[in-house]
Design a binder for this molecule. Structure first.
Ligand SMILES: Cc1cc2nc3c(=O)[nH]c(=O)nc-3n(C[C@H](O)[C@H](O)[C@H](O)COP(=O)(O)OP(=O)(O)OC[C@H]3O[C@@H](n4cnc5c(N)ncnc54)[C@H](O)[C@@H]3O)c2cc1C
Length: 507
């Protein structure tokens, strides 16, 4: 059944409407506006950015999610955030982070993923001297993937003209990528490495951004992360992660695009199985030649479109991918003296390998004020710490049960963090706890999920959909499209989506 127009007559018509201003949506919007398309972004919240947004409390400016940012390098083709800002004539100052992660892992494995590749390898090899060769071979193979990606312009892999051009310009790189596309990082690691603890470490290296172990992590994504951290590096935007979206909006508007906040899309309107517009919660209707959803696939195909008409391709996708857990987040303001000198910005804490994927198993920590002190009052730091948590554990609670549970689990996390930051509890100045319910409410993501994860071992990235969908005129962008979660990954999705839409519209 087509979704019929209702309520009020259409007010305006656009080339492209983008539902949501996450980084995927904004990169798509800015790219299209820069090409001359008439673009409207509709955002349900009061500011842009989604999981890369921010909030301010008592002199602290907290990142709501992402803090470890790839894609701000200056060379090659994989620095997609730099490129996205450049395309609309805006820029951001960034602060380089010399260490991607300081790992605090079981069996005394305490090491740093340095920006310098050799320093990283030497530190790992010192723990596993019998695996020196295997370590180098595995990480060198990740570079092969990265070098293929970093040679060509990254656009839509579902646009035949681009694929042909890319193949003739970079035949070896294309063949290399085709070889790695169906592979997972765990299979490649086991070709070179047999030490079980080292393989666990590689699981954690993948898990901390893909939220699945190495066996289920596509080699393309692993190649990107494990090499780009040494190439473009991890760089923090001055003023906080929220600046990325703010700058993209500035660029969008300069390029003639528009954005509306507090504009929640409740329906994608279709005619003869073709998306033709959207309807907002206030009843307003907007029409466009193309609709792009930056909402998750679950929200797009179960809420914005009638779930009972879900296309078969989406049903199949849901059989292959499931929602990852959400997070329990603690946003802390702490006295500066609690952090020993030389503390790194990002940490991972795990006490027992068996708990890596468990609820509240792995603890993630970011302390962005070590890079940009202006995000907190003088003499204080921000600690954003988060750990996997399922929405089911937070449903059906009375408001007092909910508050008590938040306090109880926050206490457990802080107690565990005392191991790396002794005196943390006593140094607390501010604390705000976000649960999966908070993520669902403020980020507009089904069950507050971090994004899609394979239900079982798949063939690398082959199962991840590109941007076009089974509904003509409707595209998806963001972390439920190729190549998945992370700001640089959704920026890739944004470039690819804009390219596909622009070709379809003849721009
Ligand atoms: C706790 C946490 C930590 C993370 N850490 C990192 C990290 O360190 N590094 C990294 O690279 N990545 C990290 N990520 C992942 C990264 O933030 C996400 O993968 C990425 O930001 C997702 O971008 P997106 O474009 O898919 O959309 P989202 O960020 O999901 O944005 C979608 C936008 O669409 C809006 N929207 C949704 N539905 C509607 C509707 N119906 N109408 C109007 N608007 C709508 C939402 O309000 C939102 O603004 C982290 C994520 C979380 C949650």
């Amino acid at each position: 059944m087509p979704t019929t127009f209702s309520a009020q007559p259409p007010v305006l018509s656009f080339d492209v409407i983008i539902i949501g201003s996450g980084i995927g949506g904004l990169v798509s919007a800015t790219q299209l506006a820069a090409k001359g398309a008439k673009v409207l972004v509709l955002e349900r919240y009061i500011i842009p950015g989604g999981s890369a947004g921010y909030f301010e409390r008592e002199g602290y400016r907290f990142d709501v999610g992402a803090s470890m940012i790839f894609g701000f390098g200056t060379q090659g083709t994989t620095n997609l955030l730099t490129k996205a800002l450049d395309a609309v004539n805006v820029s951001l100052e960034t602060i380089p982070d010399p260490v991607q992660i300081h790992y605090h892992l079981p069996q005394g494995l305490d090491m740093k993923a340095h920006q310098n590749y050799e320093n990283f390898l030497q530190e790992l090899m010192a723990y596993f001297p019998h695996e020196r060769q295997g370590i180098r071979s595995f990480y060198d193979e990740c570079w092969k993937v990265f070098n293929c990606l970093n040679r060509m312009e990254l656009l839509s892999l579902e646009e035949p003209g681009y694929l042909t051009r890319a193949f003739f310009q970079h035949p070896l790189a294309c063949l290399g990528l085709a070889k790695y596309l169906p592979q997972n990082a765990g299979d490649v690691a086991r070709r070179y490495i047999s030490d079980r603890q080292l393989l666990k470490f590689i699981d954690m290296e993948c898990y901390c951004w893909s939220v699945v172990p190495a066996d289920m992590t596509p080699m393309i994504n692993a190649g990107m992360v494990f090499s780009d951290r040494h190439y473009g590096g991890v760089n923090y935007p001055k003023g906080g992660v929220g600046q990325i979206a703010q700058k993209l909006v500035e660029g969008l508007e300069k390029a003639g695009g528009q954005i509306q906040y507090q504009a929640r899309v409740t329906k994608i309107l279709t005619e003869n199985n073709r998306a033709v517009g959207v309807q907002l919660a206030n009843g307003k209707v907007y029409l466009a030649k193309r609709i792009v959803s930056n909402s998750t696939r679950w929200d797009t195909f179960e809420k914005l479109l009638p779930a009972e008409n879900m296309p078969n391709s989406e049903k199949k996708w849901q059989q292959r991918y499931q929602k990852s857990p959400s997070f329990l987040s603690l946003h802390l303001g702490v006295k500066a003296e609690v952090l020993p000198s030389g503390t790194e910005c990002h940490h991972i804490l795990l006490e027992d390998w068996k708990q890596m994927e468990a609820t509240m198993g792995t603890i993630f920590v970011s302390i962005p004020t070590l890079l940009d002190p202006n995000l907190a009052p003088a003499g204080y730091h921000i600690i954003h710490t988060f750990t996997p948590s399922w929405i089911a554990d937070w449903q059906s609670l009375s408001s007092s049960e909910y508050e008590n549970k938040k306090e109880e689990v926050a206490g457990q996390i802080i107690k565990r963090l005392e191991r790396i930051f002794p005196g943390l509890d006593a140094a607390l100045d501010y604390m705000e706890v976000g649960t999966p319910r908070t993520h669902r409410r403020f980020l507009g993501r089904a069950d507050g999920t971090y994004g899609p994860i394979p239900r079982l071992k798949l063939r690398g990235l082959l199962g991840m959909p590109f941007n076009s969908t089974a509904i003509s005129g409707l595209y998806c962008v963001g972390d439920s499209t190729f190549p998945g979660q992370g700001l640089n990954a959704v920026a890739f999705s944004g470039f690819a989506c804009a390219h596909r839409v622009a070709v379809d519209l003849g721009f």
